[in-house]
Design a protein around this ligand. Structure first.
Ligand SMILES: Cc1cc2nc3c(=O)[nH]c(=O)nc-3n(C[C@H](O)[C@H](O)[C@H](O)COP(=O)(O)OP(=O)(O)OC[C@H]3O[C@@H](n4cnc5c(N)ncnc54)[C@H](O)[C@@H]3O)c2cc1C
Length: 443
């Protein structure tokens, strides 16, 4: 039989890399199998060492309140806060510098007051912004440290096709090779979550369906958000809509940033980022409407994928852009109508269209109500100058039943990161990776 690794990690996003970091120095043979290339060579947004976050601007939510729920995997806020500090320390050790916000309660008072009077919850917390122009350099350093100094073996450009369990060992078949491992940490991220879900069906791994978030990127002149950004770089607002009592929330705000495409095998979504040094005159954030499906149809992934494919059809293979005023008036946007706005889109590889033709009525209503209410806090949002891009969809749908160490119902099979359904962002993904690694060490 070929070599048996102590631990095989599938995927080297923050979850996989921080799991590897935690396992290093423990006299274990650790193999990380990664579908994409190393940071300095990769061209793909989602796949490659560093994961989906590599070309993001690295907004680190340094709080247990954002990006996950400790109780969903049997942990306390205090435990998670300690692990978050460790994650931040690792970023510092590979050269991340400064960029903190959300440190002074004084600055948040006016925003909290405005949010309360609009019936909105403002989640105030410590954050850090690294910047798109800097993060990939930091990740590259982290990767080299793991590979050169910490004895972690990486198999790059090597997609895992199949996971099987034979007796007490895991048998992993990849595009390049076959591997055996005693413990498995699966961390293939959002882009790999659908694949993983299909894989684990035969391994006795129990999962349930969770909600997804469906919505848009909202882009507007930076001046109307500037004051808020000094209080909290990526301010989180949550509200429940009057019409349906559905949760609508802002997510991933990019002051003076860019809209970008998030390309998957079957469809294209939108996302956003901001550089540390090169600023635009626009700010953007995601506005998302929560969708939970109940009996008899619970598969929210399938629903989200159908919406994404519908958007592909309407957009001719590209994301859709629409002026807010065109959506409100029930007409599609054209390049001519977009030109009447006082700002220019930061993403031009889009199709002017009608978001009302893509999303179900309930989601469109929720999003419009969300913008209307948020205009009371971000004055000037409800304007002719505002652009909307669709679709932005967050698939956190498959929720793995796990122990406090992220071990699934299949013995020695751990999950971590966004594919686990227990994280929604770089920091929580990293935390669940550390927790899974500690689970292996405990055993
Ligand atoms: C454009 C963009 C901007 C973002 N900005 C932020 C931000 O500012 N702050 C924040 O907190 N979050 C941000 N996010 C989200 C963040 O990147 C993710 O939450 C985080 O990367 C999840 O980490 P992960 O390790 O679970 O998965 P990922 O980072 O997705 O990594 C999974 C890895 O697994 C690999 N993989 C998948 N399938 C296989 C397979 N079959 N075989 C081998 N390897 C496989 C993939 O190639 C990938 O490298 C952003 C995401 C995007 C796309």
């Amino acid at each position: 039989m070929d070599k048996i690794y102590d631990v095989i990690i599938v995927g080297s996003g923050p979850a996989g890399m921080f799991a590897a970091e935690r396992l290093s120095g423990e006299n274990l043979s650790v193999l990380v199998v990664e579908r994409g290339d190393e940071p300095s060579l990769r061209t793909d947004m989602n796949f490659g060492i560093g994961g989906a976050g590599t070309f993001s601007d690295g907004k680190l939510n340094l709080t247990s309140k954002i990006g996950g729920d400790p109780t969903s995997f049997g942990r306390t806020d205090e435990e998670i806060e300690q692990l978050i500090q460790k994650v931040d320390d690792v970023f510092n050790s590979v050269g991340a510098e400064g960029g903190y916000s959300g440190l002074s309660d004084m600055g948040s008072m006016e925003l909290k007051r405005k949010a309360h009077s609009a019936g909105v919850e403002f989640i105030y917390a410590k954050q850090r912004h690294i910047g798109t122009d800097v993060l990939h350099i930091i990740i590259d350093r982290f990767y080299r440290k793991l590979a050169a100094e910490k004895n972690i073996q990486f198999s790059k450009n090597d997609r895992v096709k199949d996971i099987k369990k034979k007796d007490d060992l895991f048998f992993i078949e990849t595009e390049q090779s076959k591997y055996w491992g005693k413990y498995l940490i699966a961390a293939p991220g959002r882009a790999g979550s659908y694949w993983l879900r299909e894989q684990v069906k035969n391994l006795g791994v129990q999962t349930s369906y969770g909600p997804i978030d469906v919505g848009i990127r909202v882009e507007f002149p930076y001046e109307i958000y500037d004051k808020i950004a000094t209080v909290m770089y990526d301010a989180k607002f949550r509200l429940y809509t009057k019409s349906f009592d559905d949760l609508v929330r802002t997510f991933c705000t990019n002051p003076r940033g860019f809209i970008t495409k998030e390309v998957y095998d079957e469809f294209v979504l939108v996302n956003g980022h901001a550089k540390r040094d090169h600023k635009t005159v626009n700010t953007n954030f995601a506005l998302l409407s929560r969708v939970s499906l109940t009996n008899p149809v619970e598969d929210s992934t399938a629903y989200g994928r159908d919406i994404a494919r519908m958007a592909m059809t309407i957009g001719g293979g590209k994301p859709i852009i629409q002026r807010l005023s065109d959506l409100l008036n029930g007409r599609r946007s054209t390049w001519g109508r977009l030109a009447k706005s006082a700002i220019t889109p930061t993403l031009m590889d889009v199709t002017p269209g009608d978001i009302g033709m893509v999303f179900p009525h309930r989601i469109v209503r929720n999003l419009i109500e969300g913008i209307t209410v948020l205009d009371e806090i971000i004055s000037g949002l409800l304007s002719n100058n505002t652009f909307l891009y669709a679709p932005e969809i967050k698939f956190y749908d498959t929720n793995y039943h796990v122990t406090p160490y992220m071990e699934t119902t299949c013995k020695n099979f751990f999950v971590a990161g966004d594919a686990s359904g227990h994280s929604r962002g770089i920091v929580y993904a990293a935390v669940t990776g550390i927790v899974a690694a500690e689970g292996v060490l405990v055993k």
